[in-house]
Design a protein around this ligand. Structure first.
Ligand SMILES: [Zn+2]
Length: 541
């Protein structure tokens, strides 16, 4: 399965934290606002844009270095590379926290008659600048140190299969993030500040409303699937060997047909992390893994990561260097990938075309596989204690469990000491799964060890947004399935470009969803998508 962390941006976040340890941060006061400005708001904007472009160049080289590190850097290069990279990140951070940046921003804030793009850039500069200066340098240093200790403890705890090794570190990470939420500020719930950091505009209130509807209905759907008489073939690929080069050619055919531009992107084999990096204009890099006996893994990962890549490749060129030259948030980035992977890549019409192509490519291995076999196999239920092994239905419950735990931790309703018990209770209650050990339970994800609280929720919201986007796309293109069946896969990327990609980060995800689909993320389309699909596959009412 391909529910991978989209590393883009978040590795950067971590390195920025590391690098600021040594930075001599001057917090700009309000002097800039009181003194007589020597430049007009327009000139201030232009200077901010120049700095923004320089920051983007540094970002490009840092991302390229990250990519190299995750794909091909020799292991002995780690130490020196960390220093070089830290220097670049430090340079970038100095530009951000330069008092002159704050002064120019306050001048630009007094301007008027900005275009939509300019106004969005100013809004995002303010947002990011304020976040950076709100966090005191000593806090940033403490967080960075604690995050690396905590990740080491998490690894040791996993090795020993013992949560108690990790527990004090997790407690410290939660306390640090409570402190962070206080610095960043929030209106209702401390967890709002953390959600907003990954998904601007998202709150506990919004998530609660969505998940309160989705949780019981998903549990009910799983029950119906389990009770149905239809069963999916667990392994349609047998024990045959599916050569890597053929898998590579096949995944390239699929992703190209969906709109991934190989002139502006690479998909490269790795044995390390799977991820997609947006390096800069016309430069997207994805790493893939090939399983010899199971081509599904590479195919679905390529479609998912390809969905991220297509979105980055289609951000307008002129946005690069501007803060709008990215996605609006993780909840949109994950929607862009999940739309392709799940809603489209696991549809019957999609396989109506690709199964016949696949048979030709891997002859005679899957000659006897029917379209129904493939469709059902691609949408088989896999109730597991492990999030990354889960199917698309039960996956949502894995996320809701993590969301509820994070929310209640930051509300002070529960303590880290009780987490293994709470984890087991929720897995039993929502998924009927017995958690037998820490490694396959609470220690399975690195997110909390790295201090990523609020990140998981984006996976679920991404699925909801994807269903809503699919429904809107199908309203505009009722013939989508016929086109797919005949081998034409051009509509989704073209439609997404017209409605989503072309805006970059001009709008937050909730605003953009409202603009395109009429509503912010809501439960209806997602539940409708799951229910109608699984009802057909598993033949229940
Ligand atoms: Zn992703």
């Amino acid at each position: 399965m391909s529910y991978k962390i989209l590393l883009k941006g978040f590795i950067l976040t971590m390195i920025i934290i590391v690098a600021t340890q040594g930075a001599s941060c001057q917090i700009p006061g309000s002097a800039g606002q009181n003194s007589i400005p020597d430049v007009t708001p327009r000139e201030a904007y232009n200077r901010l844009l120049n700095t923004s472009i320089e920051i983007a160049y540094l970002d490009t080289m840092i991302s390229l270095s990250n990519w190299d590190q995750s794909i091909s850097m020799p292991p002995n290069a780690t130490e020196y590379r960390a220093k070089a990279q830290s220097y670049l990140v430090d340079q970038e951070n100095k530009k951000w926290i330069d008092p002159e940046f704050g002064r120019l921003l306050s001048i630009a804030n007094n301007g008027s008659n900005w275009s939509t793009i300019e106004a969005a850039n100013i809004r995002l500069w303010n947002r990011d600048y304020n976040k950076k200066i709100k966090l005191p340098p000593d806090f940033v240093a403490r967080e960075s140190k604690m995050a690396s200790l905590s990740q080491a403890a998490w690894e040791e705890a996993r090795e020993k299969n013992n949560y108690s090794v990790f527990q004090p570190h997790l407690k410290a990470m939660v306390e640090l993030n409570k402190e962070k939420a206080r610095y960043l500020g929030y209106e209702e719930h401390p967890y709002d500040a953390l959600l907003d950091d990954f998904m601007p505009g998202m709150t506990v209130d919004k998530c609660d409303k969505l998940f309160d509807v989705i949780k019981p209905q998903t549990i009910e759907l799983i029950k119906k699937i389990k009770e149905s008489n239809e069963t999916a073939i667990q392994n349609i690929y047998g024990n045959a060997s599916y050569p890597e080069d053929k898998q590579g050619e096949f995944t390239k055919n699929i992703t190209s047909s969906l709109g991934y531009d190989y002139g502006s992107g690479l998909m490269v084999k790795t044995n390390r992390h799977l991820s997609t990096y947006s390096i800069g204009a016309h430069d997207v890099r994805t790493s893939l893994r090939y399983e010899e006996h199971n081509p599904e893994d590479a195919i679905m990962t390529a479609i998912h990561e390809g969905g991220h890549g297509i979105a980055y490749q289609r951000i307008p060129d002129e946005y690069y260097g501007m803060p709008i030259g990215t996605d609006p948030g993780m909840d949109m980035a994950e929607a862009e990938s999940r739309l392709f992977e799940n809603n489209l890549g696991r549809s019957r019409a999609f396989w109506e075309y690709w199964l016949s192509q696949m048979k030709k490519k891997f002859r005679p291995e899957i000659d006897n596989v029917s379209l129904d076999d493939m469709y059902r196999h691609t949408n088989r239920l896999n109730i597991s204690p492990i999030r990354l092994d889960a199917d698309e239905v039960s996956y949502i419950l894995h996320i809701i469990i993590r969301y509820e735990i994070e929310r209640d931790l930051f509300d002070g309703k529960i303590n880290v000491e009780d987490l293994p018990m709470i984890w087991s209770q929720k897995y039993k209650e929502y998924l009927g799964v017995d958690i037998t050990d820490d490694k396959n339970g609470i220690l399975q994800d690195v997110h909390w060890a790295a201090g990523y609280f609020g990140y998981f929720t984006a996976y679920a919201l991404g699925s909801m947004n994807a269903a809503q986007l699919e429904a809107a796309m199908r309203r505009d293109h009722p013939d989508l399935d016929q086109r797919f069946a005949s081998g034409d896969f051009s509509i989704p990327a073209t439609w997404m470009q017209e409605h989503m990609y072309k805006y970059g980060a001009i709008y937050d995800t909730p605003e953009l969803m409202k603009k395109t689909t009429g509503n912010e993320a809501e439960a209806y389309d997602f539940l409708n998508y799951l229910n109608s699909k699984y009802k057909k596959i598993y033949n229940f009412k």
